[in-house]
Each structure stands twice: as structure tokens, then as C-alpha cells.
Ligand binder design. Sequence first.
Ligand SMILES: NC(=O)C1=CN([C@@H]2O[C@H](COP(=O)(O)OP(=O)(O)OC[C@H]3O[C@@H](n4cnc5c(N)ncnc54)[C@H](OP(=O)(O)O)[C@@H]3O)[C@@H](O)[C@H]2O)[C@@H](O)CC1
Ligand SMILES: Nc1ncnc2c1ncn2[C@@H]1O[C@H](COP(=O)(O)OP(=O)(O)O)[C@@H](O)[C@H]1O
Ligand SMILES: [K+]
Length: 546
Amino acid sequence: MLKGTEVLTTAQMRAIESAAMASGQVTGLDLMERAGRAVADQIRLRWPKAGRATVLCGPGNNGGDGYVVARLLHRAGWQVRVLGMDNTPGPDAAEMKRQWQMIGGIAPLTERELRNGPESDACVDAIFGTGLTRAPEGEIAAILAHLGGSGGRDHRPCVVSVDCPSGMCMDSGAMLGQPRTGGGFAPHARLTVAFDSPKPGHLIGLGPVLCGALVVADIGLQSWRERTLDGPGQRPVRLQAIWPGFDIPDQRFRSPTATLGKHSVSGSHKYSHGHALVLAGGPAKGGAARLSARAALRIGAGLVTVGPSREALHEHSGPPDALMRLAIDDAGGLCDLLADKRINAVCIGPGCGIGRAADLLADLLRARRATVLDADVLTALSRNADLMAGLHGDCVLTPHMGEFARLFPDLAERLEETPTQGPAWSKLDAAREAAARCGAVVLLKGPDTVIAHPDGRARIHSAFDVPWLATAGAGDVLAGMITGLLARGLTPLDAASLGTLIHARAARLFGPGLIADDLPDIVPQVLRALQKFQSSSSVATALPMT
Ligand SMILES: NC(=O)C1=CN([C@@H]2O[C@H](COP(=O)(O)OP(=O)(O)OC[C@H]3O[C@@H](n4cnc5c(N)ncnc54)[C@H](OP(=O)(O)O)[C@@H]3O)[C@@H](O)[C@H]2O)[C@@H](O)CC1
Ligand SMILES: Nc1ncnc2c1ncn2[C@@H]1O[C@H](COP(=O)(O)OP(=O)(O)O)[C@@H](O)[C@H]1O
Ligand SMILES: [K+]
């Protein structure tokens, strides 16, 4: 994978910082100075004219970063007011506090001080970072509520958060002590400057909404990151973000003469791009399967066949003409068809009907094809433990939250609980646990999509900027895209990741007003853009991750 896609847990981040400091080549003070400088620089980029800042410093090292920001903004000509706690922090933060005190005073960190102080252009939130262990209470909870607009929308300060909006668990994107769905007052940052790598909480749960624009600043830890996470005897980096820098796992997107598996693309034919089968349902239910089939064709499967029941076959006679149609009446018919080994990927669920999906699934799973399971078949699966036991490593399950709750009710319930302690149970944990239990890749949909492999690898795709993707049939298109990529020979994890990326990019390109039918036909445009991006991947690695 290209650099720049790793997502670190807070525990991994702490381990990397400790390794760096233990090496003797860098001190905690150096790191804190770099972190504070990164935040101050980002503020100055956005406000080129020196203004007024209020800096809120908490009891630990996040507060230490805040004292650095205060000093550097003061040096740049800003009028800086600091609110801090009357405690003795660790030695690095204590030193940064001392340096600030040589410049200016520290008012008490109270909601009253904040509310009654002069207006400021930027309010720097350096109260809690990775050290948050429990839900904030009392005075600090009141300050955080004020940052979230409890004093009225017009009084909501322009917040710049250091590492994360304070009170947010960086492993889950949940606000400790508040409902998962939001609704409580929480700091809504205009900008969040995180260090070294994003954490899961920046990308899932409430994180993307609370963080505002996310900047990930390099504080010089890269070589320790590599040694700590990838060194001999260490666990590999197991979590990645699907965003610029993500390595497209299909050679075709790199160069026209590249190879795909064993087949040279230049000398290839349609069967070397795979044959996808989309199982459709009975009469009057064909739309969803046709959306999937069209998406599978557009994304590059060599052949696509749609397989409804015999009485529904005539409904599938419309375009695209490239699509093949074949009646599949029952499991026997499916087995006969799957005797053709060239059919290497199957999509089951969209518009299939729960009963028919249940009837076909056991034999389909026994045929051991790469299989996408979506919609109706997920409901069938949730009602039948034997079917669930038949899942295998070439399966991709694509539930939305409602379907996930039917399949894994205990995991979904845990996600509903109000988290009180960090690290809080997250959508990432739920998807990973589900994948481990069922032995298949689980793609848990939403604006934050999490894709988990049974071996613990996982990927996160954040698409909070395309709310219009939540439209009827969009999931059917995604299932078809993944099926097409499986037909092309991608692994289930890669097909799910690339399908998710292309799906959201198509929605972004189309813009508001999108209906699911529009998505497949935007795919060629997205593929062209991806091809260009990949052929200039050295540029891509240098792109700032904003
Ligand atoms: N390590 C490094 O070199 C670098 C670290 N960096 C920076 O350090 C940050 C991590 O620092 P950190 O570990 O000191 O944790 P931090 O987030 O400041 O909070 C800990 C304090 O809060 C307290 N506390 C927790 N929850 C609470 C609650 N609900 N209500 C009240 N108190 C609560 C907790 O108290 P305790 O739980 O012990 O009672 C403790 O006193 C990181 O995000 C980054 O910004 C950068 O400078 C780069 C180099
Ligand atoms: N708020 C949102 N922002 C961006 N994407 C979303 C949002 N909500 C859902 N999605 C995406 O839209 C698609 C909807 O799929 P699904 O719920 O299965 O719809 P359907 O069953 O109608 O096809 C999924 O890919 C999901 O990740
Ligand atoms: K913070």
C-alpha cells in the first residue's frame, strides 16, 4: 500500500510516541513543540492577519500542546487569552505551561470565564486528546457544551481542536457520556489538527461531523511508526483509510499494458475479466437486480448474466443489450448453471425475495464462488443458522445498520449503548467481530462504511459529504460493483474497498439529485479519473491529507 493510508488506534499512537522518545533521538518536548506548531501554522494559514485567540488548556499533554499554540500565536502578533487548570501536568506540559507563563497569565478554565471573555476569532480546544478515559463532568462538560453552541447558535465559537474535539473518544468517534446518534452538545470544530495519522474516531461515528476539516500533521514519527508497527515480530498495520493515497488493487487502473492476475490485459478476452451472475427474483421485482447487473457490467466484468425466475424473465428484456438473461427456477437450475466454472462471481439478494434467496443460498454457498450477499438474502441468513454456518472466505456481506442488527443483534445492541469509558466500542469493532464470527468480509454501510476481514484487517471509508447517496437502490448498485470487481479477480476485501470508493466518487461527481440509476453510468468517468491518479501515484503520495 502507498504511505498515508494507515489509521492508528490511540494505543498504537502511544506506543509509537514512546518508541520515538525511548530512542533518545527525539524528546517529548520536541514532539509537543512540533504538534503545537502544526496547529498554530494551520490557524495562521486560515487567518493570515493576526487576530484574537482563546486557548483552552486541559490537565494533560493535549493542554501542553495548547500552551505551545498560545506562545506561537502570541509570537505571530495574535492577542491570546489562555484558560487553564490549576494542576501540575506531566513534565513536558509543565514546561510548556511555564514558558507560556513567562509571556501571559492563565485564567481559570470555567464556562463563566469563557462566556464572559472577549470575543475571539479562534477558540483553540486543547482540553483532552488521546488521554480521555471517561465522560467529562461538571465545569469541563459545561465548557464543551458551550463550544457546541449551548449558549445559542450565534454564540458558538469558531473552534480549532487539537488532535480531536475534546470529549470525543478517538477510537470510536463517540462522545463519552452522550448518545451515539448525537443530539447532545459537543464541540463542533471548524478545523481539527491530528498528529501523524488519523485515528478511527476521526472517520467514523460522530467524528467526521465534529472534527470539521481534518488536517493530519506530520510530527516526524514516520520511521518509528514503521518500526513499531511493521518491524520484526510486530503486528502489521491492520487498519486503513480508503482515501487519496489508497492503492487501487487492480492493475488495470494503472497502465493499459499491465497484467491482471495471470492474464495479460493486452492479450485478454472477456472471460479473463470474469463472468458475473446476478440472481434476480420473481415478477415485479426486477429493478434492484438490474441495477446491480448494470453496475457489474460498467465496472468491468467481462460478462454479466441476470437470473430471475422463469415467469419474471420477460421483465428483463430492456436495455442494456450487453446483459445476458437466463431463467433460474430453483436450486437445481442454479447448480446446473454453476457447472460452468467460468461464472466466477455471484450477487444474491437485491430484489430476490427472502424465500427464494433462502432456497438458493445453501447450494450457492456450496458452489464456493465469490459471492456478494445483500438485502433479502441477509434477512434469510439472519433466520437460518445453518445458512450462516455455510458462509466462506469468498463471501462479502453488505448490510446496512438495520440488516446488521438482524444478523448480529448483540453487536448492534452494544452500539446503541451510551459510551461512558474510552476506548468505546465502535462500528469498527462491531464489523470486525461480525467478520470474525461469520468467516466472511463484512461491509457495514453508512456515511461511514467499515469493511472488515475475518483476519482482523479493516478499512474505513468516510463519505459524509455525499448525503444524496442515501437513495433507494444505491445499495443494489454497490453490490453489483463489488460483484463485478470480484469477477475481475479482486480479493473480497479489495473488491469491497474499491467498490465503495468508486460508488461514493460516482455520487460525488453526479451531485445532488442523484438517483441510483445514474450511478452505473458515471462509473467510466470515475475509472478514468482513478487511472490518471494512479499513473501519477508518486504525486498522490505527496498530497497533503486534508
Ligand atoms: N505523548 C506525546 O509525547 C505527545 C502527545 N501529544 C498530545 O498529548 C495528548 C495526549 O496527552 P495525554 O496522554 O496527557 O492525555 P490528554 O488527552 O491530555 O488528557 C489526559 C488528562 O486528562 C485527564 N482526564 C481524562 N479524562 C478526563 C475526564 N473525563 N475528566 C477530567 N479529566 C480527565 C487525565 O486524568 P486522569 O484520567 O489521569 O484522572 C489526564 O490528566 C495527545 O492527544 C496530543 O495532543 C502531542 O504533544 C504529541 C506528543
Ligand atoms: N448519509 C449518507 N451519506 C453517504 N452515503 C450514505 C449515507 N447513507 C447511506 N449511504 C450509502 O448509500 C448506500 C445505501 O445502501 P442501502 O441502505 O442498502 O440502500 P438500498 O437498500 O436502497 O439500496 C450505501 O452504500 C451506504 O453506504
Ligand atoms: K482537544
